[in-house]
Write a protein that binds this ligand. Structure first.
Ligand code: NAD
Length: 314
């Protein structure tokens, strides 16, 4: 009877589905909500038989109503990969703005604590490296990526406004590139693209000269950071990501080695406004949450490779 009840939006997506698993494992009642814009019910079908799990098919950019009490809300609904948000710019802006507004209203009504999923993209193409939370970013509002970056920047602003003006308990996480099982093979991000190319005998496509860097965090580490931040008493943004930085060329080479493939790397022009470097400063997460990543890239990539092999029936 005293079980805590959490609403997770974007529940059928990559991160949302792992969050559902974690909160069920921690003894919570989980209400998953999704409109399947980019998600897949396969990611959560194993939860449907559980009495601790409920699912609502709903677009959170429209008014959100959930009967019963809610202790926590995790707002993860949004197209997240460049391919998705370039195809669905208006939905992306709406879910970051109207969707966040609706969920903050719900948090206020239910007296629930809300954590919103922001992103390292709020730093844009950063001029400071690595990026601490105090850095305000370098974003082109009218560039193609602006629809995602600015939606998330608005999300952070309205979340702070609800905290300051209405006293809602809020948490803001800035997530850096995360990978693991249940990523979509065709979501256009570097890791699934490289793996599906390696597994289907195609050359690996690197954009630009491959010297741009990214830092990849394994999904279980990220989920642990989210869990700790939610239960903390800190309301300002916190970076969660793995600071181990790698160039995209080196990353493609690691995947060629891991998959034992004979493919080579081919180079294509860099997309507009593509960030040149990305590495989180995780001092705050370490100090405030006692969090740091535990899964190294080699181990995480192996698990993800097994998942993609199965997904492709290889
Ligand atoms: P995903 O596409 O796998 O999941 C997003 C989910 O949200 C999907 O199931 C989709 O159907 C759902 N959704 C989208 N619009 C909706 C709407 N209007 N109403 C209800 N559901 C809706 O993406 P993901 O990688 O799991 O990302 C989840 C969240 O984390 C996003 O908010 C994203 O911006 C953020 N994030 C992810 C990463 C990453 O590396 N994966 C990095 C930074 C931030």
């Amino acid at each position: 009877m005293n079980m805590k009840r959490v609403l997770i939006t974007g529940a059928a997506g990559f991160l949302g589905s792992h969050l559902c698993d974690r909160f069920i494992a921690e003894g919570y009642q989980v209400v998953g909500m999704d409109n399947l814009l980019t998600g897949n019910l396969k990611n959560i079908e194993h939860l449907f038989p559980l009495k601790e799990f409920e699912y609502y098919h709903h677009d959170v950019s429209k008014f959100v109503h959930v009967p019963g009490k809610l202790d926590y809300i995790l707002h993860f609904a949004s197209p997240a990969s460049p391919i998705d948000y370039l195809k669905m710019p208006i939905q992306t802006l709406k879910v970051g703005s109207l969707g966040t507004h609706n969920l903050l209203g719900l948090a206020k009504e239910k007296k629930a604590r809300i954590l919103v999923a922001s992103t390292s993209e709020v730093y844009g193409d950063p001029t400071i490296h690595p990026q601490p939370e105090e850095y305000w970013g370098n974003v082109n509002p009218v560039g193609p990526r602006g629809v995602y970056d600015e939606a998330k920047r608005f999300m952070e602003s309205i979340t702070m406004a609800y905290h300051n003006f209405h006293g809602v308990e809020t948490r803001i996480i800035r997530i850096f590139n995360t990978y693991g099982p249940r990523m979509r093979l065709d979501d256009g991000r570097a890791l699934p693209a490289f793996m599906s190319q390696a597994l289907t005998g195609q050359d690996l496509t690197v954009f630009g000269d491959g010297s741009q860097t990214r830092s990849f965090c394994y999904v279980s580490d990220l989920v642990d950071g989210i869990y700790r931040l939610l239960l903390s008493d800190y309301h300002l943004p916190v970076n969660i990501g793995n600071p181990s930085e790698i160039t995209l060329k080196e990353f493609a080479e690691e995947i060629i080695a891991l998959t034992n493939s004979k493919q080579k790397i081919i180079y294509q022009p860099l997309p507009k406004d593509d960030p040149k470097q990305r590495k989180p400063d995780i001092t705050k997460a370490k100090e405030l949450l006692g969090w740091e990543p535990k899964v190294d890239r080699k181990e995480g990539l192996k698990i993800t490779y097994e998942y993609f092999k199965k997904a492709l029936n290889k």
